[in-house]
Design a protein around this ligand. Structure first.
Ligand SMILES: Nc1ncnc2c1ncn2[C@@H]1O[C@H](COP(=O)(O)OP(=O)(O)O)[C@@H](O)[C@H]1O
Ligand SMILES: [Mg+2]
Length: 290
């Protein structure tokens, strides 16, 4: 079966958490320099956070890595392979996965069916082979159900299994989104503001959930998040952006002590700082902002 053997070869070639290396990224939106010579690196299996004020280029950076936005210059290497000319779906095929917006795309489907559908979108067995119940199609059907059962358990979704996604709280829907992501077998996962728009109490439960996703999916994660204390608690490395540039990068402790990071940190989200409080050993002095 050529289809089957080529799939397993590519799975072998593109498996395990990926090294991400971007350099020299430039994006110009009709005069607005959204990215200006941006470089960063994420080691395989690490969680790297990107913080910075609104409009500093964080989402554009994720869009360039996932292929939605084409940079005018620069390089995006994943697992040593240059992807800058790849289409988004080609990047998807080598394991670059971007967070899904909201599982409410299918409001009437149950949690279980939503997850089965996600797994279907990922698997490449043709409809014809499934219809004919070819042995490999039956095997992949069983593997799909096992994978879905596993993420339902890992993410504590058992009691919501048969609930339509439209009946869930925003926070629980976000958990379903995380479970969908784990099913997509990412090697590099790009998360843009996963706690945006959810209640503070639910946002606080997010750190362990992202850790669980990190373990379940065995992937490198690049996360943009306005909740700065969450980023400092979760990430081994933090990158601070301001006006399209990386102004600081390092371990959370290094970044907290970096004066260049402070202004960007203060500007990251007044709302997040107000509800989460400042990171433990950083004294926030609003008048010290210049
Ligand atoms: N599609 C677009 N067209 C024009 N300008 C854009 C577009 N996307 C983003 N920008 C601009 O690029 C800059 C960076 O935006 P963005 O990457 O969304 O920042 P962030 O995610 O840090 O808030 C902003 O000035 C924004 O207005
Ligand atoms: Mg953004």
């Amino acid at each position: 079966m050529p289809e089957v053997s080529s799939r397993s070869e590519s799975e072998e070639r593109f498996s395990g958490p990926a090294l991400l290396e971007v350099s020299g990224l430039v994006v110009d939106f009709g005069g607005v320099q959204a990215l200006d010579d941006v470089a960063l690196k994420a080691d395989p299996g690490s969680i790297v956070g990107v913080i910075g004020p609104n409009g500093s280029g964080k989402t554009t950076l994720l869009n360039v890595i996932s292929g939605i936005v084409k940079p005018t210059g620069g390089s995006v290497r994943v697992g040593g392979e240059e992807l800058v000319d790849f289409l988004p779906e080609e990047r998807r095929d080598v394991g670059v996965v971007r967070s899904f917006q909201d599982c409410l795309l299918f409001p009437d489907l149950s949690v279980e069916d939503t997850l089965l559908l996600t797994k279907d979108a990922k698997k490449s067995t043709s409809v014809t082979s499934t219809t004919l119940q070819a042995p490999w199609a039956r095997r992949s059907e069983r593997e799909k159900r096992e994978a879905v059962d596993r993420v339902i358990t890992v993410f504590g979704l058992d009691r919501f299994r048969n609930h339509p996604t439209s009946h869930l709280s925003t926070g629980t829907r976000r958990v379903v989104d995380l479970a969908s992501i784990a099913l997509a077998d990412p090697r590099l996962l790009l998360l843009d503001e996963p706690t945006a728009g959810i209640a503070q109490r639910e946002a606080e439960a997010f750190m362990p959930l992202i850790r669980r996703l990190h373990e379940a999916a065995d992937t490198t994660i690049l996360i943009v998040e306005h909740d700065v204390p969450l980023v400092f608690g979760l990430c081994s490395k933090v990158v601070v952006m301001e006006a399209g540039r990386v102004v600081a990068s390092g371990s959370p402790d290094e970044v907290k002590r970096d004066p260049r990071a402070l202004a960007a940190y203060l500007g990251a989200s007044d709302e997040a700082l107000a509800v989460s409080g400042p990171a433990s050993d950083t004294s926030i002095n609003r008048s010290g902002r210049d």
